[in-house]
Ligand binder design. Structure first.
Ligand code: FAD
Length: 355
């Protein structure tokens, strides 16, 4: 029976939405047993919420030693848990945290890794796709029920999002990191009583009790960039500004549109390097990767490094005064014009519809 594990990522005492998106992917792979993992301190209280997502079991490691995330302790705990149950598939969010420890875990347990997955193609569709690949390519068919789950194709962007690779595993276990906002979040099951629907197994993890001292990195303090707006990687709508904004004094224009839409505010590296925005807001290759439903780029030229972070957005709107700007090549809707005129007009129209 193929097992899939989903590591529920917790931030500020809340389970991040990407966790429920990973449940959707785990279901799509056809895994017969889906287990949710909760690691941290005080996370026991979150099992009630997690129980609503149809897990067969929730494994809980609640220990003061893992109050703060560290790559070494997470790797040690997950390696220990893995050795007990040997799941075929391990899903981890492709966030700063997941990207940090997933490769270490894969190496430690001898797993392959597929990173930054944005879609999954079931076995039949993947086989169709494989026929189009060179005739010399030999596919290993699934031999057991266990290997059936996850034998389809994991789709991931490559070359800064210019192309998509279709990755199929021929051996397990497999560590899969999943891009936030790429999959629809599983819906909580109506009627399931909080905390009662799913068995919760608290594991007295030795690795947690003896949390290894990481000499290479010690987290002393977590400094949060406080914002009342949604977190960039989880936001449904993002309004971003670039060098075309001309200075920090003009960013309220972008913020105001964002607030009308309930959106997060992003920025190009040019705006961040100029000191107009905090680095937390940077979208792109050396910033955050985002996949919102709507991305509005204002005064951003569309350099490949910026596109790498946002071109999987579902709908892209670009406002730029240069009709030749590269951003228009990826935009679904392009507005050629001065953003200082266009943005207030757009906002006024949205206000009429939304408020
Ligand atoms: P510009 O390229 O200067 O574009 C400004 C745009 O504003 C122009 O298209 C202009 O026509 C338009 N404009 C000006 N005035 C107005 C107006 N009044 N109304 C409307 N439009 C106007 N960049 C990122 O964004 N994210 C990254 O993560 C990133 N990582 C990088 C990593 C590496 C290794 C390297 C080498 C570069 C990276 N960059 C990144 C930088 C990237 O190459 C570009 O330099 C940067 O994205 C440009 O930002 P911009 O579009 O805001 O500025």
């Amino acid at each position: 029976m193929a097992k899939a594990w989903v590591l529920l990522e917790v931030l500020d005492g809340k389970i991040k939405r990407v966790s429920w998106e990973m449940v959707t992917l785990a279901q799509q792979t056809g895994a017969q047993e889906i287990v949710g993992l909760l690691i941290g301190q005080g996370v026991q209280d979150l099992t009630g919420e997690a129980s609503q997502y149809g897990f067969d079991k929730i494994v809980l490691v609640d220990h003061p030693a893992v109050e703060k995330y560290s790559a070494s302790s997470y790797t040690a705990i997950l390696t220990e848990l893995y050795e007990k149950e040997k799941p075929e598939l391990l899903f981890i969010a492709n966030t700063a945290q997941g990207r940090d420890f997933a490769p270490r875990l894969a190496q430690r347990i001898g797993a392959g890794q597929v990173s930054d997955v944005t879609a999954y193609q079931g076995l039949a569709a993947a086989n169709e796709g494989a026929k189009e690949v060179a005739a010399t390519h030999t596919e290993q068919g699934p031999s057991t029920e266990a290997t059936l789950a996850g034998q389809g194709a994991f789709i991931r962007p490559i070359y800064a999002g210019k192309a998509f690779a279709s990755v199929r595993a021929n051996s397990f276990p497999l560590v899969v990191t999943v891009r936030p906002n790429a999959f629809t979040a599983a819906a909580p099951q109506e009627g399931s009583e909080q905390g009662k629907a799913t068995p919760v197994v608290e594991v007295p993890s030795l690795a947690a009790t003896e949390a290894p001292v990481d000499l290479s990195a010690v987290i002393k303090e977590v400094v949060k960039h406080i914002s009342s707006r949604p977190e960039l990687t989880e936001a449904d709508i993002i309004v971003s500004g670039g060098r075309g904004i001309k200075g920090p004094e003009n960013f309220p224009l972008i913020e105001s549109l964002a607030d009308t839409l309930g959106a997060a505010v992003g920025a190009s590296r040019a705006a961040v390097d100029a000191g107009w925005r905090h680095h937390d807001d940077q979208v792109g290759q050396t910033g955050k990767t985002v996949s919102p439903t709507l991305y509005i780029a204002c005064g951003i030229s569309g350099a490949i490094q910026h596109l790498a972070g946002m071109n999987s957005s579902k709908v892209i709107v670009a406002i730029n005064k240069d009709p030749e700007a590269n951003i228009f090549k990826v935009a679904d809707y392009g507005i050629v014009g001065d953003l200082f005129e266009v943005v207030p007009l757009l906002q006024a129209e949205f206000e009429k519809v939304l408020h």
